[in-house]
Design a protein around this ligand. Structure first.
Ligand SMILES: Cc1cc2nc3c(=O)[nH]c(=O)nc-3n(C[C@H](O)[C@H](O)[C@H](O)COP(=O)(O)O)c2cc1C
Length: 344
């Protein structure tokens, strides 16, 4: 049977029922990826990794590549500006067992832009094509994707141009976060630009942007016809969003996370950090309030967390999480569900 072109990504599922965990600098580390996979993420991306950092062996770079057998399929996201550096970076990563690579052409953070990387590349679509060609030459077909925004300046759309170049370069997927780089995270993602991209390319299109809940994911899929979706901030606040989304696709609506569910999730996250990033105590302590946003009592808990010197004391504070949640079905629980500021 002929494989349609949008299934040409070698070993990576790109389908509605295979939600991805987006690359999230500072967050999509190994423990978090494993947590999301256990809760339904089909593919996960690393945090963005600097090709220069890799080539110069900077101290901060190698920990970003920590992985294990359960952490598959994995996409390593790279940022940089020079095609030749991408060749060398991918050549370095292949013998370490990494197989799939994504080019970051969407990050709008000043530090990244300064080096001509991230969304600065959108000012030079030809360069994006050259970088992708270099990556595909090293990694092989089906192994390389690119993540973009609509364009750099509002109104100056380059996404269809970039898609054509990505296709010519032999890329296998394209992810669009339909905001302008200048917008950073303000305003709303323009999901209705996604069908324009689908029209312009034979590559499978993944959607990213303002997919905070399971319902957002299903709506985006149905309204735009994208091949698949990525959860980013939605997963940071509720890693259970993957399972909720998969259930909703099958017509089963699950309520928002209950107190016991969130408490269990925090415990699993803590176990994963202890197993895979034993030095990650402070980071874990700072992550916990993220799962509790919008709840009354969070301030007090935050103070208690900050006073925890070790894992054992953290365990004790986590015992109190379930009780912070309003009873399911209560007016307080409904008010919490409709508070969109939980996600900002
Ligand atoms: C804290 C944070 C870190 C991010 N890091 C990356 C990154 O390393 N690479 C990347 O391509 N996008 C990164 N993004 C963008 C997300 O992958 C995603 O495209 C964006 O958040 C839009 O999706 P959302 O509105 O559903 O969160 C990051 C976003 C956030 C909030």
């Amino acid at each position: 049977m002929d494989t349609p072109p949008h299934h040409a990504s070698d070993g990576l599922p790109i389908r509605p029922e295979a939600p991805w965990l987006a690359p999230l600098a500072g967050y999509s580390d190994l423990p978090f990826r494993l947590l999301c996979r256990r809760l339904g993420a089909a593919v996960a991306c690393t945090e963005m990794v600097s090709v220069r950092g890799l080539l110069y062996g900077t101290k901060a770079t190698m920990p970003l590549l920590a992985t294990c057998a359960e952490d598959a399929p994995l996409v390593v996201q790279l940022f940089g500006a020079e095609p030749e550096e991408f060749t060398r970076a991918v050549d370095m990563l292949l013998p370490l067992g990494f197989t799939h690579f994504d080019l970051n052409a969407g990050c709008p953070v000043r530090k990244v832009l300064k080096s001509g990387s991230g969304s600065a590349l959108l000012k030079d679509p030809e360069r994006i094509g050259n970088i992708l060609s270099a990556m595909v030459r090293s990694a092989g077909p089906g192994r390389v994707g690119v993540k973009i925004r609509l364009g750099f300046e509002p109104g100056q759309a380059v996404f269809t141009d970039v898609a054509r170049r990505a296709e010519d370069a032999g890329a296998a997927w394209i992810t669009l976060h339909p905001r302008w780089a200048r917008q950073m995270f303000t305003g709303q993602a323009h999901h209705l630009r996604l069908p324009e991209l689908i029209q312009a390319t034979t590559l499978p299109v993944l959607a990213s942007g303002d997919l905070f809940t399971a319902a957002d994911g299903v709506r985006c899929l149905q309204e735009t016809g994208v091949a698949g979706i990525m959860f980013a901030r939605g997963a940071l606040y509720d890693p259970g969003v993957f399972g909720r989304y998969l259930g909703l696709l099958e017509g089963r609506s699950r309520p928002d996370p209950s107190g016991p569910e969130v408490a269990a999730l925090v415990r699993t996250h803590m176990e994963l950090v202890r197993a895979f990033d034993p030095g990650g105590f402070r980071k874990m302590r700072s992550i916990i309030p993220r799962y509790l946003r919008g709840l009354d009592g969070i301030k007090k808990l935050r103070t208690q967390l900050l006073a925890c010197p070790d894992w054992e004391s953290l365990d004790q504070v986590v015992e109190e999480i379930a009780a912070l949640f309003p009873a399911p079905g209560s007016p307080a629980a409904e008010a919490l569900q409709t508070r969109t500021d939980r996600f900002l």
